[in-house]
Design a binder for this molecule. Structure first.
Ligand code: IPE
Ligand code: IPE
Ligand code: MG
Length: 249
């Protein structure tokens, strides 16, 4: 029985978030430039999107480039930006064909204009799609997002659009870039590091964390299905007792 068949279709995680790590090490193991790892990483992205679509995951968020990644050597940043243009341009027709909608969260204004242009084309072409939504976290960091949210809340209080008593979890959510997206059910990190690296700190408050040593370029459909099966074997208690949780079902 294939791994996809082993997944309980009634309990598919609605939102899967992924920290795609390990491209550089994948290349280094082969004595190649880090850029080759990023290129292979694009193929892994394609496989992950296809796998998520097949399993009917509603939202797949991919940590593609962090705010901190701007500090990498200029040549690597440049290579990543042009790879993104290529990938987005090449993949857009296939995404449309597969009914995949693409969204972006992050400080897009920092991207070079040609990268932004390719991305805009992809966003508008796929905006009518109703299948899996792929959220690219690009030039994204959670502290950046939360800082903006706090600034905007303060502005709206200044302008008397809201009062401080209005601040609750729902209001905070509504100031985040993920406001229309449910919180991740599972966060996957490839590449063996056991950290979050400034990703979706608010949104993963109750996500199941899944770490794998597999390097991102090696990630395939079964890697995603393994993670989903692992997720389905966990008990999500949200602070309650195990008895309370099992009584409910
Ligand atoms: C993840 O792979 C891709 C990006 C952060 C853009 P890395 O480039 O971080 O790969 P390692 O961690 O050096 O192996
Ligand atoms: C996290 O990977 C960012 C992305 C996957 C885009 P990094 O490789 O940048 O994370 P650190 O530096 O090891 O924490
Ligand atoms: Mg890394």
């Amino acid at each position: 029985m294939s791994l996809l068949d082993q997944i309980d279709k009634e309990r598919i995680p609605v939102h899967v978030a992924v920290i795609m790590d390990g491209n550089g090490r994948w290349a280094k193991q082969r004595d190649l430039d880090r850029t080759f790892g990023h290129k292979e990483g694009v193929s892994a992205v394609r496989r992950a999107i296809e796998a998520a679509s097949k399993a009917e995951v509603r939202f797949l968020t991919l940590y593609t480039f962090s705010t901190e990644n701007w500090k990498r050597p200029e040549a690597e940043v440049k290579a990543l930006m042009s790879l993104m243009i290529q990938a987005v341009a090449n993949e857009t027709p296939e995404l449309v064909k597969n009914n995949v909608r693409v969204k972006v969260i992050g400080d897009i204004d920092r991207l070079p204009s040609d990268t932004k242009g390719a991305l805009d084309y992809c966003l508008s072409s796929t905006s009518v799609c109703t299948g899996t939504t792929v959220v690219l976290a690009l030039s994204y960091s959670s502290k950046w997002e939360l800082t903006n949210a706090m600034r905007n809340i303060a502005k709206d209080i200044d302008q008397k659009k809201i009062v401080s008593e209005d601040i609750n979890e729902d209001l905070v959510n509504s100031y985040l870039l993920t406001k229309d997206i449910p919180d991740p059910d599972i966060l996957i990190r490839t590449g063996g590091e056991l950290r979050i690296s400034n990703f979706l700190l608010w949104q993963i408050a109750y996500s199941e964390l899944y770490f794998t040593d597999e390097l991102w370029p090696d990630f395939n459909e079964d890697s995603l299905y393994k993670a989903i099966i692992d997720f389905q074997n966990r008990e999500r208690r949200f602070g309650k007792t195990s008895e309370q949780v099992s009584q409910k079902s």
